[in-house]
Design a protein around this ligand. Structure first.
Ligand SMILES: *Cc1c(COP(=O)(O)O)cnc(C)c1O
Length: 427
């Protein structure tokens, strides 16, 4: 029989995992241990010197977490991946590997609210300056680039409106300026969109959302595409300069097309410390086994709910690229043939008060600051996640007073539309 490359659903279940060598356990065991016994003194020395791969301490590597890392690397089509404690930790560790104080990076204005906070406040304390650009105007990214720009950061499907980014258009600008493109692929998941195929050099995830998929564990992922030449000049010293603590090793020479992932692990994760718990790695692995099935159902349900809302008298408009009239529909059909995701916003005719009232009157939808759960979730950004912004900032972020965000879960969609209908018509 000819060897064939396994399909996505097969990789989602098998990539990175083998029956346990010690016990034969078929599911991946939870290696709930902080440390690993060395074979002998020479083995310990070779592990510490990065001359051999192996486990030392769970802050840096763990066998349960390694299965998660290999699985995501396979699903995204990268050379290697690193799992960390949260999506925000993935952002810190990835940028820590690329940036030095005084450096800049260009980020899309349309981003997860937490990322806007992290970039504009905490990253300033590290001396990392963010410049904002508009994903709908790729030329604005080129205009924001300076000699100190070390990265470009975008989301494939952007929060909160669920709008789709033409990743290849931004990748072309990144390539022309020899700057790595980082794509936060959280809302799409690799089932709907694989940024590396569109020119991304680094893919990040909040695994907390659709990858884990059950709203029960935090986690973050960094995927190295192996595509960026960090050795071309001395702009990325973490990878291209000799490391004194590793006997003068140059990570970019020793590890080639997965040196970025190694640098994130043996410098960033080692020193900053946001390690994933092996128990969370186990829950995330279990979630990923059903990723293709869940994403199909998420997208089917989201389309049904969006269509229902678009026809409702109390609803002014729905922003979901899966709808035929949506400005993003052509891009959605071209880039996300399996579905346009499950997070979107809609506008109520009744303004701020109507937003509050809707959230109060829903019973099947949970009012939480999260997305990508089996359960359907709702939030009114103007009174919660975006309440500290001025009215003008709220509008610019797609979070005006009348805007409600939904994350559509896996329930029967007739129950979801019935809950929305009752809440919209109440009082
Ligand atoms: C939730 C989220 C993050 C942050 O991830 P955490 O796991 O909450 O730290 C980053 N980007 C996007 C798009 C998210 O939805």
């Amino acid at each position: 029989m000819a060897a064939r490359a396994p399909g996505f659903a097969t990789l989602a279940i098998h990539a990175g995992s083998q029956p346990d060598a010690a016990t034969g356990a078929r599911a991946t065991p939870i290696y709930q241990t902080t440390s690993f016994v060395f074979d002998d003194v020479d083995h310990a020395a070779s592990l510490f010197g990065l001359q051999a791969f192996g486990n030392i301490y769970t802050r840096i590597t763990n066998p349960t977490t390694a299965v998660l890392e290999e699985r995501i690397a396979a699903l995204e089509g990268g050379t290697a991946a690193l799992a960390v404690a949260s999506g925000h930790a993935a952002q810190v560790v990835a940028l820590h590997t690329l940036m030095t104080p005084g450096d800049e990076f260009v980020a899309a204005r349309k981003l997860y609210g937490g990322s806007i906070n992290q970039f504009s406040h905490s990253f300033q304390n590290f001396g990392w300056q963010v410049k904002w650009a508009d994903v709908d105007d790729p030329a604005s990214f080129a205009a924001a680039i300076s000699p100190r720009t070390k990265a470009i950061f975008i989301e494939s499907i952007a929060n909160p409106g669920g709008t789709i980014t033409d990743v290849a258009a931004i990748a072309a600008i990144a390539k022309a300026h020899k700057i790595p493109l980082i794509v936060d692929n959280t809302l799409a998941s690799p089932y709907l969109f694989r940024p590396i195929e569109h020119g991304a050099d680094i893919v990040l995830h909040s695994a907390t959302k659709f990858l884990g998929g059950h709203g029960n564990s935090m986690g973050g992922i960094i995927v190295d595409a192996g595509s960026f030449d960090f050795m071309a000049d001395n702009r990325y010293p973490m990878i291209s300069a000799p490391r004194p603590e590793y006997g003068g090793m140059v990570l970019g020479e020793t590890f080639g097309n997965f040196a970025f992932a190694i640098a994130c692990r043996v410098l960033g994760l080692r020193d900053l410390g946001p390690a994933l718990s092996p128990f969370n790695a186990f829950l995330l692995i279990t979630g990923i086994e059903t990723l293709p099935l869940r994403m199909q159902r998420h997208c089917e349900n989201a389309l049904a709910v969006a269509q229902f809302l678009a026809g409702h008298a109390k609803v002014a408009s729905v922003s979901y690229p899966g709808l035929a009239h949506d400005p993003g529909h052509a891009l959605a059909k071209r880039l996300l043939p399996h579905g346009a995701g499950a997070v979107f916003t809609f506008r109520l005719r009744g303004g701020y008060e109507a937003g509050i009232k809707l959230v109060k009157n829903l019973s099947l939808f949970s009012h939480v600051a999260n997305v990508g759960d089996t359960r359907s979730l709702v939030i009114h950004p103007a009174s919660t996640t975006h309440r500290q912004l001025t009215d003008a900032q709220k509008e610019a972020a797609g979070a005006g007073p009348e805007v409600v965000r939904l994350s559509i879960g896996l329930e029967d969609h007739a129950d979801l539309t019935a809950d929305l209908d009752a809440a919209l018509n109440a009082g």
